[in-house]
Design a binder for this molecule. Structure first.
Ligand code: PRP
Length: 211
C-alpha cells in the first residue's frame, strides 16, 4: 500500500495532534520528544509523518509533497493556499487579536502602525474596518514592538494571555478564534480518496473520545 504523507511542525500543536493520532490508532514508534528525526513512519497503517516549519506546512501540501497537513488556522489565513481544509481538530486553540497598551484607541480617523507575524491577516482586518495602517512584519517577540515604540499595536496569537500580561499589554480587539486544521492536497484527495476519508473518519472518532 502507498504511504500517506502527513506534514506538521514540531511543538505544542504537534504534541497534541500526536496524542489524537494515537487515539486514532496511528502510532509513530520512532518518535520521541528529544528526537531530531524529520521523518517517522507508522508502517502498520502506511503513514509517513514529516516535520517541517509551521509556515511551510501549507506549501508542502499544496505542492503534493505531503498529502495531508496539520496546521493552525492562523497560518492558513496569513498565506491562503489551493488546498482543501477538511477538519477542525479543536486543538491548539487560541485567538488572533489586536493588542496594545490599555486604553489604546483604534478608530477610522487615525493611522496605525501594526507589528505582526501575520501582516496579511492584520491588513485585511484593518482594511475592512477602514483603518489605514503601516504593517511591520516581525517573526517573533511581537509584544516588544509597542514597548519600544516601534508600533502602536500588535496583531498576534493569544493563548493563555501571559505574554501580554507580563509585558503590560492587553487584548484590544479579538479578530477570530484559531485552532489546528487538517488540510489536504487536492490531487491526493482525488486519487487516494478512500484512504484520506478513512484517516479523517478515524480522527473524528478520536476527537469525540478526546472531548
Ligand atoms: C506566541 C505568540 C505570543 C505567545 C502567546 O509566541 O506570538 O507571543 O505565543 O502565548 P500566551 O498567550 O500563552 O502567552 P511563541 O511562543 O510562538 O514565540 P515567538 O515570540 O518566538 O513567536
Amino acid at each position: 500500500m502507498d504511504y500517506i504523507t502527513v506534514a506538521m511542525a514540531k511543538g505544542r500543536t504537534a504534541d497534541r495532534a500526536l496524542v489524537l493520532l494515537e487515539k486514532a490508532g496511528i502510532h509513530f514508534s520512532e518518535f520521541h520528544d528529544e528526537s531530531r528525526k524529520l521523518v517517522v513512519f507508522d508502517d502498520e497503517n502506511s503513514i509517513k509523518l514529516i516535520f517541517v516549519k509551521a509556515v511551510d506546512v501549507p506549501t508542502y501540501v499544496e505542492k503534493g509533497a505531503a498529502d495531508i497537513g496539520i496546521i493552525g488556522k492562523d497560518t492558513i489565513l496569513e498565506d491562503p493556499r489551493d488546498v482543501y481544509e477538511l477538519l477542525d481538530l479543536g486543538i491548539g486553540k487560541c485567538k488572533l487579536a489586536v493588542a496594545g497598551f490599555p486604553g489604546t484607541q483604534i478608530t477610522g480617523s487615525q493611522f496605525l502602525t501594526v507589528a505582526s507575524k501575520y501582516p496579511n491577516a492584520a491588513k485585511d482586518y484593518f482594511d475592512k474596518k477602514g483603518i489605514r495602517t503601516e504593517l511591520i512584519k516581525l517573526n517573533g517577540s511581537i509584544e516588544l514592538a509597542p514597548l519600544i515604540g516601534m508600533s502602536d499595536v500588535i496583531v498576534d496569537i493569544v493563548e493563555t494571555g501571559s505574554t501580554l500580561k507580563e509585558n503590560g499589554l492587553v487584548v484590544l480587539e479579538t479578530i477570530r478564534d484559531i485552532s489546528a486544521r487538517l488540510i489536504v492536497n487536492k490531487a491526493s484527495y482525488a486519487t487516494k480518496t478512500a484512504r484520506i476519508q478513512q484517516f479523517i473518519a478515524d480522527l473524528k472518532v478520536a476527537l469525540e473520545v478526546h472531548s
